[in-house]
Design a protein around this ligand. Structure first.
Ligand code: RTP
Ligand code: MG
Length: 140
């Protein structure tokens, strides 16, 4: 299995509760390397573009409001099988269904405010990384 990259966001509920270091510790313990990282305030336009696939879903408005409600940390993670591995480390979308030891089980408060985002495919990872990072800001 080749080294792969995925895109991660520590969402506003994580920054608000000062949990970015705690979440990063779980990421690194799982063997994923944080090879790019930036703290930003997402604009409404950025959030709407990022979550465009969900624009017809009933929770879209709430999701955009939440993602722009405070700072987020955008990250590039690298490792063996990084896309699938990070999805596993994150846990289920709904923290009530997330497995023990996962980020969402440990930290998330609700299905909407669920602490982290991770790409769902290698193809989407590339698109999402390009939306927030220039090559010069990633060092593997
Ligand atoms: P993400 O894209 O953020 O990594 O999360 P995911 O793949 O596990 O979940 P997805 O189905 O892609 O949903 C994206 C985000 O929308 C919010 N959501 N709210 N209120 C609701 O029922 C609901 N469902 C989804 C969550 O923040 C979810 O992570
Ligand atoms: Mg998703």
């Amino acid at each position: 299995m080749a080294t792969e990259r995925t895109f991660s966001i520590l969402k506003p509920d994580a920054t608000r509760r000062n949990l970015t270091g705690a979440v990063n510790a779980v990421i690194e313990k799982a063997g994923l390397r944080i090879v790019g990282q930036r703290r930003i305030k997402m604009s409404r336009q950025q959030a709407e573009t990022f979550y465009e696939v969900h624009k017809e879903r009933p929770f879209f408005g709430e999701l955009v409001e939440f993602m722009t409600s405070g700072p987020v940390v955008v990250q590039v993670l690298e490792g063996e099988n990084a896309v699938a591995k990070y999805r596993e480390v994150m846990g289920a979308t709904n923290p009530a269904q997330a497995a023990e030891g996962t980020i969402r089980k440990l930290f998330a408060e609700s299905v909407g405010e669920n602490t982290v985002h991770g790409s769902d495919s290698a193809e989407n990872a590339q698109i999402e990384i390009a939306q927030f990072f220039q090559d010069a800001d990633i060092a593997g």
